[in-house]
Design a protein around this ligand. Structure first.
Ligand code: SF4
Ligand code: SF4
Length: 347
């Protein structure tokens, strides 16, 4: 059984209370886990897609930043590039959006490079993967604080700690492998034969004939070309993302991202929407705010989050996500059995 610490908070306007509670939870996790902090511990966040209004804003992380500073620990905000088109699909636009969304208190690190080309193949012995493409910057660190906004997600069921690890730590190619398992395709009618994709492809897998064509035997599935093509001529199939298998693939990637690392997980049960922060639209919360949860076990913290949301809603929601939790437990990533320990917001 894993411990999950909980600080109830019922208003999103209480930014200072949220910020202080997050720092208190983090301090508690470090003390309980006897963690000797590394000199550098980045904050894994989601900067919120352009137009999204319900992502967790940086003011809520001020307490954590102050906590780390007082301990002499350096930090950064970090994330990887998104697979689909939007303002987070390459490092340049992603950094610009992060600054527009106010993430200016710390340096910003996009862990998989400009187009997703900076990654490490981490060996993994799973049902679906023998290796996983993890953003290079993540493979080089010992510790990280995974800050997850708990809310719904169209394909995963919900987005919490597991999804932050799986999609959030994977390079663009790693995201492609989880979603599709196939290489990208060129839509000839949209291709203007500019050659940008061929020039940037790290595997020399694109030739112009005269339109772009991907050589299947050379492609390494890094997904950089999807971001490079400004005409939207390169895409992939979402077909595999619809079934239970996708959520099991997601759990394997989550495990690969955290293996050998000391990660601390904080879930924000605030502004709990049906859709994800990746969605560029205004959304309404489906339940009142609940609070913050912290654990060293990503499976336990997501299970407890799901249970609390369902209790608040008075019925089952985000049920698809249970596939990932059950599979993550089966492969030894953590446990769905937890003890909920309530803390007060102040010591
Ligand atoms: S970058 Fe896009 S438009 Fe240019 S050659 Fe490649 S597929 Fe065609
Ligand atoms: S063709 Fe394959 S190897 Fe080349 S950029 Fe696209 S996904 Fe990466």
């Amino acid at each position: 059984m894993s411990k999950v610490f909980f600080i109830p908070i019922d208003s999103y306007d209480q930014t200072q209370e949220i910020s202080q509670s997050a720092a208190r939870l983090l301090g508690h996790l470090m003390a309980e886990g006897h963690i000797h902090p590394a000199s550098y511990i980045p904050l894994k966040v989601h900067f919120g897609e352009k137009g999204n209004q319900t992502y967790i804003t940086p003011e809520n992380y001020t307490g954590i930043i102050q906590f780390l500073k007082e301990k002499g620990i350096s930090s950064a905000y970090t994330d990887t590039n998104a697979l689909y088109r939007g303002q987070r699909q390459n490092r340049t636009d992603h950094l610009k959006l992060a600054e527009e969304h106010g993430f200016t208190q710390l340096p910003l690190v996009i862990a998989d490079g400009e187009y997703g080309e900076e990654y490490v193949e981490r060996p993994f012995h799973g049902k679906y993967f023998q290796s996983c493409k993890i953003g290079k910057a993540f493979t080089e660190l010992e510790q990280m604080i995974i800050l997850s906004h708990f809310k719904g997600h169209m394909l995963a069921g919900f987005g919490g700690a597991l999804k932050q690890l799986a999609m959030g730590c994977a390079s663009r190619g790693g995201k492609l492998a989880q979603h599709s398992g196939t290489i990208p395709k060129v839509k000839a009618r949209k291709c203007e034969a500019c050659g940008d994709c061929a020039e940037k492809c790290p595997a020399g897998a694109i030739v112009l004939q005269p339109k772009a064509m991907i050589l299947e035997d050379k492609c390494i599935g890094c997904a950089s070309c999807i971001a490079v093509c400004k005409k939207g001529a390169i895409s992939f199939s979402w077909q595999m993302s619809l079934g239970k298998e996708f959520r099991e693939r997601l759990a394997e990637y989550a495990m690969a991202a955290q293996t050998g690392k000391t990660f601390m997980y904080l879930n924000f049960l605030i502004n709990i929407t049906r859709g994800c922060d990746c969605e560029s639209r205004r959304m309404k919360p489906i339940v009142p705010n609940i609070g913050l949860l912290g654990s060293m076990d990503p499976v336990a913290v997501d299970t407890a989050s799901l249970d609390l949301v369902q209790k608040a809603k008075g019925k089952k929601v985000f049920q698809r996500g249970k596939n990932a939790l059950k599979y993550a437990e089966k492969i030894g990533m953590g446990t769905m059995h937890y003890e909920l320990v309530e803390l007060s917001p102040t010591p």
